[in-house]
Design a protein around this ligand. Structure first.
Ligand code: URA
Length: 453
C-alpha cells in the first residue's frame, strides 16, 4: 500500500514553522515505528521540532500517536486504586525507592515502570540491581500478580509499551535533541499513560543537575505534562523541585539503596525524607481525586458513590510520616524486593577503593553543584556512557556536608568510591569548582520550588 504522506514534506512543514496536521502526526509516528520513516528523517524532524516547537494540539496528538504505537496496560480489574510517580531525573534522586512501598503501605497499588540511567543521572533499575538476586525484568502477568499480592512493583518497562518512544529517545540521545520541551513531555507522558495508572505525580527537577535549569521552563514542562495527563483521564499533578545540589548524601547505585533503606527505617537525610513525604502526600491526594472521579471498578466502587467518598477521605487523612516511623513502609519494601528475587537482608556492595576530597577553607558550604557531583559519580563507574555498558554497583560519591552547613578546612567533604582506581583523577577533574564556601549563615531552603495541577 502506498504511504499516506512523504516524510520529506512533513519535515519541511515543521522546518518552515508550520503546524502538523493530525493525520500527518499519526502517520509519521506509525511509519517511524514500522521503519518506513528512516532514522535520518526522524532526526531531521526532531531537530525541526527542537527549533520550532509543537503547539498544544500538536503535542496532544503526538503524545496520543506515541501511546498508540504499542500496548496499553490496564489495572482496572485490581480491587484498589493505582498511582505512580515519575521524576525527570537528577543526581542522587533515589526517591522512588522509599516512595513506592510507602504509598503502597496505604493500600494504593503502585506500578512503577522504571528505566536505566544514561549519562550522569542514575537509573532506578541500576540502583535496585545492586541488591543481590533482584530482577528488573518481568512479564505483564507476573507484574500484575505482584501488584495484586504485594501492592507495589518497580520493574523494567516492557518493550511493547510506547515502542515509538523507545526508538525516538535513543535517536534524540545521539542527535542533541533530548533537551526539547515537547519531546520530553510527550516521551514521559506516552509511557506513563500507556502504563495504565489512575493517578500520576510528576517530580520536575530544576537546577544544574536537571534537564531544566530555569524555573520558568521547568514550570512550562510541568504544565504541559499535567495537561497531557488530564487529556487522557489520568489525574496528574507536578511538584517542581530543587536539583541545584544532589538529593541526600549519596550519588551511586548501592550507596543510594543504603540511604533509601535508612529512610524506610525512619532515619535518612532531611531533604530525602522531606521530598519522600511530600510526594507521598501528593500521590495519596491525587489517588483520592481519581477515586472520586473514576471509582475503583475492580472493587465495584462507582464514581461519586459514598464508598468512593469514604475511600477518598481515608487516603486524604493518611499520614505518610506514620508509616515510615511504624515500619509498615519497610515491611512493604522487604516484600517487594523479595518478590523480585532480591534478598532484603543481604549486604550491599562497596567500591573496592575510596578516596577522600577535603574542604579547602573554613566557613559555610554555600553551594555543591549537582551536575559536577553527578559527572564525578558517573566517571567513577556509577553510570554508563552507552546503553550496553555495565555499571559498578559500589561506585559513587558520598557527601559529608550539605549547603548551609559549617565546614572546616581539611575536613572530608566528599568520599569517592570505585572498583577501578584509575578513574579517581577524571572524577576529581569533574569536581573542579564544584563547591563554594562562604562566611555567612544561609537560610534553610525547601526542596520544593513550585507545584502545578
Ligand atoms: N525521560 C524520558 O523518559 N524522556 C525524556 O525525553 C526525558 C526524560
Amino acid at each position: 500500500m502506498p504511504e499516506l504522506f512523504s516524510a520529506v514534506d512533513v519535515i519541511a512543514a515543521k522546518r518552515d514553522g508550520g503546524r502538523l496536521g493530525d493525520a500527518q502526526i499519526d502517520w509519521v509516528i506509525d511509519a517511524y515505528t514500522r521503519g518506513v520513516v528512516a532514522e535520518e528523517q526522524m532526526s531531521a524532524l526532531a531537530m525541526a521540532i527542537f527549533w520550532r516547537g509543537l503547539e498544544r494540539g500538536e503535542l496532544e496528538r503526538w503524545t496520543a500517536a506515541m501511546i498508540n504505537s504499542g500496548e496499553r496496560l490496564d489495572f482496572s480489574h485490581l480491587p484498589r486504586p493505582t498511582a505512580d510517580k515519575h521524576s525527570t531525573g537528577g543526581v542522587g534522586d533515589k526517591i522512588t525507592l522509599p516512595l513506592a512501598p510507602l504509598v503502597a503501605s496505604f493500600g494504593v497499588i503502585v506500578p512503577q515502570l522504571s528505566g536505566r540511567g544514561l549519562g550522569y543521572t542514575g537509573g532506578t533499575l541500576d540502583k535496585l540491581e545492586s541488591i543481590p538476586g533482584w530482577r528488573a525484568s518481568m512479564g505483564n502477568d507476573e507484574m500484575t500478580a505482584q501488584l495484586a499480592a504485594v501492592g507495589a512493583v518497580i520493574c523494567q518497562a516492557g518493550s511493547g509499551l510506547a515502542p515509538a518512544d523507545r526508538k525516538l529517545y535513543a535517536l534524540r540521545d545521539v542527535t542533541a535533541t533530548v533537551n526539547c520541551l515537547p519531546l520530553i513531555a510527550s516521551s514521559i507522558m506516552s509511557k506513563k499513560i500507556a502504563e495504565g495508572t489512575g493517578a500520576l505525580v510528576l517530580d520536575v527537577k530544576c537546577g544544574s543537575g536537571a534537564f531544566m535549569q530555569d524555573f520558568a521552563l521547568a514550570r512550562e514542562l510541568a504544565q504541559a505534562m499535567v495537561e497531557l495527563g488530564a487529556d487522557h483521564g489520568v489525574r496528574t499533578s507536578a511538584l517542581i523541585t530543587d536539583m541545584a545540589t544532589p538529593l541526600g548524601l549519596t550519588a551511586g547505585n548501592a550507596l543510594e539503596v543504603r540511604e533509601s533503606v535508612e529512610v524506610l527505617a525512619g532515619g535518612g537525610p532531611a531533604d530525602v525524607v522531606e521530598l519522600t513525604l511530600l510526594l507521598a502526600r501528593e500521590m495519596l491526594d491525587s489517588t483520592a481525586d481519581s477515586v472520586e472521579a473514576k471509582g475503583v471498578p475492580g472493587a465495584g466502587i462507582a464514581p461519586g458513590s459514598s464508598a468512593a467518598a469514604k475511600l477518598a477521605d481515608e487516603l486524604r487523612l493518611a499520614d505518610p510520616a506514620a508509616n515510615l516511623a511504624n515500619g509498615k513502609a519497610m515491611d512493604l519494601w522487604r516484600q517487594m524486593i523479595a518478590a523480585q528475587g532480591g534478598d532484603p537482608d543481604a549486604g550491599l556492595p562497596w567500591g573496592k577503593e575510596a578516596e577522600v576530597v577535603v574542604c579547602d577553607a573554613d566557613g559555610v558550604l554555600a553551594s555543591l553543584d549537582a551536575l559536577k557531583v553527578g559527572i564525578a559519580a558517573w566517571r567513577l563507574g556509577a553510570g554508563r556512557a552507552r546503553k550496553e555498558d555495565p555499571v559498578q554497583a559500589g561506585a559513587g560519591v558520598v557527601l559529608h556536608a550539605k549547603p548551609g552547613e559549617r565546614v572546616v578546612k581539611g575536613q572530608p567533604l566528599l568520599t569517592l568510591h570505585t572498583d577501578t582506581p584509575d578513574r579517581f583523577d577524571s572524577a576529581k577533574d569533574a569536581l573542579a569548582g564544584a563547591w563554594s564556601i562562604g562566611s555567612e549563615p544561609m537560610e534553610k531552603r525547601s526542596v520544593i520550588l513550585g507545584r502545578v495541577g
